[in-house]
Every structure is written in C-alpha cells, then in structure tokens.
Design a protein around this ligand. Sequence first.
Ligand code: SAM
Length: 243
Amino acid sequence: MKTAKIRLYVEHRLGEGQTIPLTREQAHYLFGVMRLAVGDAVLLFDGQHGEWRAEVVEAGKRGGVLLVAEQTAPQRDPPDLWLMFAPIKKARTDFIVEKAAEMGAARIIPVQTDFTNSERIRQDRLQAHAVEAAEQCGGTYVPEVCDLHRLDRMLADWPAERRLMFCDEGLAGHAAALAGDLPRGTPWAILIGPEGGFSDGERAKLAAMPQAHAVSLGPRILRADTAAVAGMTLWQQVLGDWA
Ligand code: SAM
C-alpha cells in the first residue's frame, strides 16, 4: 500500500477490515482537492480507537469507500482538562478553539461572563475547527466544543473534585505561579476572561471557591487568545502531559 500523508477524522468505529463510507465533503476533499484515487492510502482516527491506515477502494465525486487495513498508532487521550473562555471576535475565537485542540484540551467550553462581548457562537463551526486541528496535529482525540454556558451557573454547580486555574489579569506582574506540587492526573479547568476582564462579582465567587487557583500569566496583560495559549502552555508544562 502507498504511504499515507492525509489524516481524516471519521465518525465510524475503526477496526481491521472495516469499510468506511465517506461523506460528500470527505469525498470532495480526498478526491477533488487532494486528488487521491483507488489504491491510495489515508490515515484515519475516530477519537477513541487510535490511528489506522486505510485504502481507497471506491472513489466518486459524491462519495467513496475506504477499507481499514492496520493500526498505526494507539489511542492517546489528553489530560482531563477543560478550557473555558469568553468568546471574542470570530477569528480570535476560532484561533482559541484550534489552539486548545492542538494543545490537549479534553473539552472546550465557551462561557458567557458579565463582560462577554459576543453572546452567540456557532458550535458546529467551532467543532469543525477542533476536528481539523486534531487531523493536522497528529492527535487521535477530538475535544468536544460545547455550546455557550453561563459562567455564573457553572461556578454555582462546580464539581468538588475539579480544580480551576483562574487566569486573573489583576495578578499581572505579581508572583502567582501555578504551584508545581499540586497532584497530577486530577480533573482541571482553565478559565480565561473576555476583553473586559472579570467583574467584581465573578472575582468574589472565584475567591470563595476552594477549587480555584488564581494565577498570573506574567507581567503584561495578554489578549484573551494569547492568554488561552499561555494558560494551556503553563498548565501542560507544570501538571499536564508534556513532562
Ligand atoms: N481588560 C482587562 C484589563 O485590562 O485588565 C484585560 C482582559 S485580558 C485581555 C483577557 C483575559 O486574559 C483575562 O480576563 C485573563 O483571564 C487573561 N489574562 C490576560 N493577561 C493576563 C495576565 N497577565 N495574568 C493572568 N491572566 C491574564
């Protein structure tokens, strides 16, 4: 079989000998854009069963079929980390979702805060960005992108065992690092605020939560999209799967 360069996420359970019917969009991408033909190889993942090499056995304009041959990589799940962020402008929100998927978020949750500018998101579009990010970064897991949640409701019902890294722009320039002696392998979330930052009410709620750890992302105030990447980098380095 030829060498596979293209990776594709499919919503079918993968296993040796399985045939995978392609959607119209997938067929257009593989045969129209990437010019694959019968006999060519593709790498597939379904989000749960690792990566598999498959061969094109039928190629058409509106569909096609792949035959799964062998597993090429085991399933690798990210740490149990949620990225919560207040949506901003469209392109910057897209960026946050893409980077969160690349950097190993298990779930991505847009949250409406007191000062959130954008009150609507296109969950399906953001989910498609997460799929594309997983396809291109070699991941075998696609994080779920949730619909917009209200932050106040989430904090009121916060799970006892999930710690929360609260990225607090009020701590910029202060010594407030993420402690390296915290237990690893436990559920976490990172919270990034909107352009307007957090309200006094949100700060008070967060300060009262035993699960919340307020951290600084350095001496400068970062834009929310930069802060999301910086926050994930910091968490992954100290407590995540980079070590
Ligand atoms: N308007 C706010 C201000 O001037 O203080 C800045 C909000 S900032 C653009 C957006 C979010 O990024 C903040 O709510 C926070 O979560 C995060 N952030 C940015 N810089 C930070 C820093 N130095 N330390 C911690 N969090 C930061």
